[in-house]
Ligand binder design. Structure first.
Ligand SMILES: Cc1cc2nc3c(=O)[nH]c(=O)nc-3n(C[C@H](O)[C@H](O)[C@H](O)COP(=O)(O)OP(=O)(O)OC[C@H]3O[C@@H](n4cnc5c(N)ncnc54)[C@H](O)[C@@H]3O)c2cc1C
Ligand code: FES
Length: 272
């Protein structure tokens, strides 16, 4: 069934930077204070207005890895890829701007009590970390596979948080892979996932990363008969379903908007 966003939830709010540090090659972690911390659910995202250039009107859509309602802080990680994220990287503690959030539909808990498998590639790790915290809070066991091109591109601090989230479960496995073998297992996340699927039974799969990786994860999950949720990324214009620039093609021939119906979709419904 097509999801509809409770548009009353997304609002324009201010934020103040607490920290904004490099955490891996080409990637930074920002913690900011904002009222949105008490509103965000795992897998949802915010749209950030980056100060600096008045000609750049589009907000930058970003997932979060942790929202702490008590402290009023949100943690995001982002790859510096273009002008918006470059200007974001220049924000310093105490700098302020605005965001729109919470946006979109996030992760859903698995239907049963079985073990889930999280698969994250590159800068897809933040929303997967949020999924791990959601599962932990609901006492659902999980394993995780985290991949990066090379050791220097892996956000190690997130892998530590993932391991900490799983540490209450002695059976929890966190597998790190790099394409070049510079850390952990050499090869793709899908290779490690295939091995885990052969060994263990999973209730659900959660994934975020490069599209080609998520397509492979979706294929493996479908082959194993396991439900799979994927957090997709699209270029976004309006962020509220008006411009159609974030459309996602579905297997049934329809299209859905990433900003309103996603970013989390049932992977089996997406035309990869
Ligand atoms: C729901 C959602 C959540 C996201 N979460 C994260 C996150 O947690 N961390 C993170 O690093 N990135 C995330 N992204 C991607 C991020 O929004 C883009 O990298 C960012 O908007 C690029 O802006 P820019 O001005 O720096 O680059 P631009 O100059 O606009 O573009 C630079 C390059 O990035 C590509 N790009 C631009 N916007 C997007 C986009 N929305 N999705 C994919 N590619 C894009 C362009 O095609 C181009 O190749 C997310 C995107 C979406 C839609
Ligand atoms: S960004 Fe405009 S419809 Fe999604």
């Amino acid at each position: 069934m097509k999801a509809t966003r409770d548009s009353a939830r997304a609002r324009l709010l201010g934020f103040e930077v607490v920290s904004n540090d490099q955490v891996a090659e080409g990637a930074r972690c920002m913690v900011f204070k904002s009222e949105v911390a008490a509103l965000l659910a795992p897998g949802e995202f915010v749209e950030i207005s980056v100060p600096g250039d008045g000609s750049q009107v589009l907000r930058v859509p970003l997932s979060f890895s942790r929202a702490d309602a008590k402290a009023g802080t949100v943690r995001i990680e982002y790859a510096v890829v273009g002008d918006g994220t470059r200007r974001l990287s220049l924000m310093r503690p105490g700098d302020t701007s605005t965001l729109v959030g919470p946006c979109g539909h996030g992760w859903r808990l698995p239907g049963g009590e079985g073990r889930s498998l999280l698969v994250a590639g590159g800068i897809g790790l933040p929303p997967v970390l949020a999924a791990a915290e959601m599962l932990l809070a609901a006492r659902h066991p999980f394993d995780a596979v985290v991949g990066a091109q090379r050791c220097s591109k892996l956000v190690g601090v997130d892998v530590d948080l993932l391991r900490a989230a799983g540490s209450t479960d002695p059976e929890c496995r966190v597998v790190v892979c790099t394409d070049d073998g510079s850390l952990g297992r050499a090869g793709f996340t899908t290779d490690a996932m295939a091995d885990l699927l052969a060994e263990r039974t999973y209730e659900a799969v959660y994934t975020c990363g490069p599209t080609i990786m998520m397509a492979g994860v979706a294929r493996l999950a479908e082959g194993a008969g396991v439900s799979c949720q994927a957090s997709l990324e699209r270029m976004m214009g309006c962020g509220f379903g008006a411009c159609s620039c974030c459309n996602v093609a579905m297997r049934d021939g329809t299209s859905r908007s990433c900003c309103m119906d996603g970013p989390v979709f049932d992977a089996g419904e997406v035309a990869w």
